[in-house]
Ligand binder design. Structure first.
Ligand code: AMP
Length: 414
């Protein structure tokens, strides 16, 4: 919304298929619809498909799946749907539509009517060379989905940063998403690093030039306003150097842990565990569209609860849940957790069977709407990996379709 953005140099205006009026539209459903309409109409010019975070892109494809018939009808008639009431946005899109185009509508209709949406991004935007979005950290859960939708186009995760400052850039953009490191450009802000095992004081803090290969740190950033020294709350690992500039792998958010007893299950552990279930879901033609979890200690023994939103891989397939598959997923998650978890669960029986609660489709959109209504920004929204807020949990609880529990304790030596 800033003047800086609105008055940016004109060369940037051709960077996106959407005019500024769409980017600035305050209603995000209208905005997303118009983004897709503009992108489809100008499909031959699109060389990059992206969003700031992978989550937004996955959500956009899901939205396209629900709205493609209407989008095609708009292209066929040359008129934007009536529910697009944002006047500036409506006028801007109408200019891009340039009247009825039944040939284009037919092509898009044909691609979207396929039973499978595998490769839909490359089919709709055949000149797209890569997917541009942050795919590290908690966004890594969307790698399989984006690979499926894009026929494995390169996924480029260009930057690591926050509202306070950009921290680093990916200088090897075509690397595998899992291998992404960010090079911390020293002139962007003043960077310091707290070793992860610090004792709560700042005495052990080191400068950018003093970080050691392989070690784990939390970045501390002073930006050009200079009035604050921000503890960012991320954990990074030094993976190498670009010339003399350190490079970091994003490991996880600090303090995101599930714990029922003495175990600590971090964001990274949770994402790794989900990776393990990926194959089971894939062989059942299911996709995990969203998840979050919490440690339910309201009963004894406490247990981990995962909320999952699932979707059939083939769009026209009726989504069916197989008890056997879901129970297996519960067991696989437990087997992936560390020894302390497994010991607490198997030997001491002070952690109860892990539970997956499958929620209705669209639940994670509702969760996002809830957080946005509390003042969050949609462009920066990230589904929380773990949830503590009772209001947010209530949003999920209202939409639970089915519950599944792990049936046996995980082996101690896996
Ligand atoms: P915000 O200030 O709301 O934009 O959030 C900034 C936070 O987003 C960072 O502290 C990270 O936790 C997360 N984040 C930003 N960029 C990346 C990235 N490239 N990989 C993983 N997490 C990221």
């Amino acid at each position: 919304m800033s003047d800086y953005f609105k008055n940016r140099p004109s060369k940037c205006n051709s960077e996106y298929t959407s005019p500024d009026q769409i980017i600035l539209c305050p209603d995000h459903n209208q905005s997303l619809y118009c983004h897709l309409l503009c992108g489809l109409v100008q499909r031959d010019e699109v060389v990059r498909v992206g969003a700031a975070f992978a989550f937004v892109l996955v959500r956009a494809i899901d939205f396209l799946e629900k709205h493609w018939k209407e989008l095609c009808s708009n292209i066929r008639s040359g008129h934007v749907s009536e529910w697009i009431t944002d006047l500036e946005g409506r006028n801007a899109v109408s200019t891009i539509l340039r009247g009825p185009d039944s040939i284009l509508a037919d092509v898009i209709e044909q691609e979207c009517s396929h039973k499978s949406w595998e490769g839909i991004i490359t089919r709709l935007w055949p000149k797209a060379k890569y997917i541009d979005c942050i795919i590290t950290g908690q966004m890594s859960q969307y790698i399989p989905m984006l690979e499926f939708y894009s026929n494995k186009l390169p996924i480029v995760s260009t930057t690591y940063g926050s509202s306070e400052s950009t921290f680093g850039m990916n200088v090897d953009p075509l690397c595998k998403p899992q291998d992404t490191s960010y090079t911390c450009a020293p002139n962007i802000s003043y960077f310091e690093f707290l070793p992860v095992d610090h004792k709560g004081d700042m005495a052990s803090i080191v400068d950018l030039v003093d970080v050691k290969l392989g070690c784990y740190y939390e970045p501390v950033v002073t930006n050009y306003f200079g009035l604050h020294r921000y503890l960012i709350g991320d954990i990074l690992q030094v993976t190498g150097f670009y010339n003399n500039t350190p490079q970091f792998r994003f490991v996880h958010r600090k303090n995101v842990v599930l714990s029922v007893r003495s175990e600590t299950t971090t964001e990274e552990d949770i994402l790794k565990a989900l990776n393990h279930v990926g194959l089971v879901l894939e062989s059942s033609d299911l996709m995990l569209m969203g998840f979050t979890c919490y440690a339910d200690i309201s009963t004894f023994p406490g247990h981990y609860v995962f909320y999952w939103e699932l979707k059939a891989k083939d769009v026209q397939d009726v989504f069916e849940l197989e008890e056997k598959v879901m129970v297996k997923c519960c067991s696989l998650l437990e087997e992936s957790f560390d020894e302390v978890y497994r010991k607490n669960r198997s030997k001491d029986e002070c952690i109860g069977p892990l539970e997956i609660r499958v929620v209705q489709q669209g639940t994670f959109d509702s969760l996002m709407e809830y957080f946005i209504s509390q003042g969050g920004s949609i462009a920066q929204y990230k589904t929380p990996i773990c949830i503590n807020s009772s209001e947010a949990l209530a949003v999920l609880e209202n939409k639970v379709l089915a519950r599944f529990f792990s049936e046996k304790s995980p082996p101690l030596d896996s």
